[in-house]
Design a binder for this molecule. Structure first.
Ligand code: NOJ
Length: 758
């Protein structure tokens, strides 16, 4: 391993003293002493430089700031850049690192960040889909694989996981998170951080993770991206913050703040969020990177006069690094010199940045991620096999009338129809990192790979969904007029025994900036579905999408529906595994599916209101024009077998203080095939100092059962299970009665009561 001059210099000067390691797991020792040693050598200009992040122009994931490449290169040479994003390939990373290391005075290594959201080259299901597996080990494994593939290309920092609780299917970025539940999202957050960062952040097979977007971004008003968030303090603590606290406790190296205002204060400028809660109450000691230009965006928010003012607000609030916004570079030095910003704040930010760099082992070897020659070692084939495994676990069976699925061997003629049936690009989804265009296995290919020669498969696209170039930055052009393919599709459906209809959303219909006022099947897809249905009702509808869709007509008229999200590289093979019964579906929805878009935001853990239900009159909380409640609730998903739940048993109906009770429920596989059941445990605090949700998930257990087998799921309830952020601003369990509920989804639940006293 190479040793570098600075390290030697510092060592010889005896600069290193022992200091405690933070929660970020790393085998690098005496980090705090090393950080201070470097900080002591830095000029103000160099300190501010560490707080600047540049886009590398290899990929554009936001509007460019305007600083040209020449300017960037000059700053790199002077050691005035802390990190870069979107620098892709070992060569490009090495080039930028060399410019910095070989020319700058202090030789402080750069970090290289990228949006590795659901895989780097091998693409896994979009996070919302992957969460439907409820399989935390699988989610950790896909993050570990993504980390390995990233470092093989020089990337050592991902802007993931996105752990914004989101309750609104109109919000395009709902695909990037884990859905509507804070408990489930918290579990996924920890799994992802562990997967990316591993046991030792200085291991060159791991990358630094980012908990984003801090905070509230997923609750944008009207589901419109970047929009204001209006929630109170109690809701913030109970719903939005738990996944972030879980990530902080798991030792996530960085946080990213968010574009939105929350209670009219831009999150990027929020001292409460960043200094008081994150760095204060949670005592977290990584660094906060702004979202792309979010510091400068405080100007259009009407919160800052200009870039310099924006820099002042952001640094005071605790934003440590400016992503491609140009505000820190424009303002920080000046602000310190004028006495408007205390240099101690700059020192705090730089200390945090250096800490992460030391923990990554970058000071020991700035080229550890580019020298490792991991490229030839990456087992891409194995990664594909894992991607297929996780993809099939993420599929949710929504409807299966008369056991139409799995497709029986006797079905000789299958027509595969729809704009997404042979689409090899859409399953890669948005935020695809270096997942290649058109590199997924399509449903048509997957089925052809899997069926035997006696099956005849015909195919017709029917209609096109998105026309023209698909790209990250520009909206998709949906086909609303070209119906020319419909007659062929109808003909093929007429001549088949079974139709597999593949509909949904294009890859670039969800993701950043893709909020929609309508969430039905876009374009001419409904028309196609209805025309096919006229001639053949034996339809299996396979949905490929990044958000919950409004599919009420399909739910009423189509016998079998499979939610297959955007499942990544191995999509078609995984779908075929499920359709043909090689894998018994086990996924459950991490988000509610509405009957109508007007129900959004729709989430199971809602409040009861003062007027919950009254069949006699109209003045209660409901919509008068539709059946209320979701079409498919949170936690819902069928299997090819059936599970029977016994009555739940509670070991004690009263607990006090540190005491605990055990809730258990026996589940039997009453069907013919082996299957997995995700047993869910919810609770309700009946009377509390603040209104509590009608139910909230507090535990889940996956049981794998052979036909006829019975296993018992157990949940331990203690004061920690019962606690919430009270009206007094404390996390505690309040005395009184609780309903404990267990069952296969958030609606089909059996209940027992528990009393808690202090
Ligand atoms: C903006 C997005 O909000 C954020 O999630 C992403 O990490 C950055 N752009 C960088 O691409």
């Amino acid at each position: 391993m190479k040793k570098f001059k600075l390290t030697l210099l510092l060592l010889s000067l005896g600069f290193f003293t022992y200091a405690q390691n933070s929660g970020i797991k790393s085998s690098v020792e005496n980090v705090e002493g090393k950080v201070d040693s470097v900080l002591n050598l830095m000029t103000l200009e160099e300190k501010v430089g560490q707080m600047v992040q540049y886009n590398g122009s290899w990929d554009l994931t936001g509007p460019a700031s305007g600083s040209d490449n020449k300017q960037k290169e000059e700053r790199l040479k002077k050691g005035l850049v802390g990190s870069m994003l979107n620098v892709l390939s070992v060569e490009a990373v090495e080039k930028a690192q060399r410019l910095n290391m070989e020319n700058s005075r202090l030789k402080i290594p750069l970090m290289f960040g990228y949006d590795v959201i659901h895989g780097y080259k091998t693409i896994f299901p979009v996070p919302l889909g992957e969460t439907a597996s409820w399989d935390l080990e699988a989610m950790e494994e896909s993050a570990r694989i993504a980390a390995l593939e990233s470092v093989a290309e020089g990337v050592n920092w991902t802007f993931s996981p996105m752990i914004d609780v989101s309750r609104d299917a109109r919000w395009g970025r709902i695909m990037e998170g884990s859905g509507e539940d804070p408990y489930l999202t918290s579990k996924v957050a920890v799994a992802k951080v562990n997967g990316y960062q591993g046991e030792d952040l200085s291991d060159p097979k791991t990358i630094a993770a980012t908990a984003k977007h801090f905070a509230g971004y997923g609750l944008a008003e009207g589901g419109k991206d970047y929009n204001a968030v209006n929630i109170g303090t109690n809701e913030l603590h109970n719903v939005v913050l738990p996944p972030f606290e879980a990530a902080a406790n798991a030792g996530v190296a960085t946080f990213m703040n968010s574009f939105n205002t929350i209670d009219n204060i831009p999150a990027t400028g929020s001292e409460t969020l960043q200094r008081e809660i994150l760095k204060g109450a949670w005592n977290w000691n990584g660094f906060v990177v702004s979202d792309w230009g979010s510091i400068t965006e405080m100007i259009p928010h009407g919160f800052a006069r200009d870039k310099v003012h924006a820099a002042e607000i952001a640094v005071k609030a605790g934003s440590d690094m400016d992503m491609e916004g140009g505000a820190y570079e424009a303002g920080l030095e000046k602000l310190v010199k004028e006495g408007k910003v205390d240099e101690k704040l700059i020192d705090d930010a730089v200390r945090r940045i250096l800490r992460v760099k030391f923990k990554m082992g970058l000071f020991e070897d700035p080229y550890r991620y580019t020298n490792s020659n991991l490229k030839d070692e990456v087992p891409y084939d194995e990664h594909r096999a894992t991607a297929r495994d996780i993809a099939k676990k993420s599929i949710v069976l929504l409807k299966n009338e008369n056991d139409l699925l799995p497709i029986s061997n006797s079905v000789a003629k299958i027509a595969v129809i729809g704009p997404l049936a042979d689409d090899k690009d859409t399953p890669i989804g948005n935020w695809r990192a270096q997942g290649e265009k058109n590199s997924a296995v399509s449903v048509l290919e997957g089925l052809k790979n899997a069926v035997d020669a006696s099956n005849e498969i015909t195919y017709a696209k029917g209609v096109t969904l998105g026309q023209g170039e698909r790209s990250f930055l520009f909206p998709l052009d949906i086909n609303e007029t070209d119906r020319s393919g419909i007659p062929e599709a109808v003909e093929k459906a007429r001549n088949a025994e079974l139709v597999v209809m593949v509909l949904g959303e294009d890859a670039f219909q969800s993701g950043e900036g893709r909020s929609q006022a309508n969430i039905g099947l876009a374009g001419l897809q409904m028309e196609l579905l209805k025309e096919v249905h006229q001639v053949n009702q034996n339809i299996v509808l396979v949905l490929i999408n990044g958000r919950p869709l409004e599919i009420t007509w399909a739910a009423e008229n189509i016998p079998a529906i499979v939610e297959a999200w955007q499942l990544g590289t191995e999509s078609g093979n995984a779908i075929a595994d499920v359709l043909l019964g090689k894998y018994n579906p086990s996924g459950k929805l991490p988000v509610s599916f509405p009957r109508a878009v007007g129900q959004e935001p729709l989430y199971y853990n809602r409040k009861n209101t003062g007027r919950p239900y009254s069949p006699e009159h109209v003045t209660y909380s409901h919509y008068t024009d539709i059946e209320n409640g979701p079409l498919y609730p949170f936690g819902y998903g069928l299997s090819y077998t059936t599970f029977e739940y016994a009555e739940p048993e509670l070991s004690a109906s009263e607990i006090s203080g540190d005491g605990s009770a055990r809730l258990s429920v026996a589940v039997t596989n009453t069907g013919e095939v082996k299957g997995k059941e995700i047993v869910q445990f919810y609770l309700r605090d009946l009377v509390a100092s603040a209104a509590r949700p009608v139910k909230e998930l507090k535990g889940f257990e996956m049981l794998e059962l052979e036909p006829g087998e019975t296993k018992t799921a157990e949940f331990i309830i203690d004061s920690e299970t019962l606690q919430f952020y009270t009206a007094d601003g404390k996390w505690e369990a309040e005395e009184g009665e609780f309903e404990l509920m267990v069952g296969p989804d958030s609606e089909d639940l059996q209940q027992v009561k528990l009393n808690y006293s202090k």
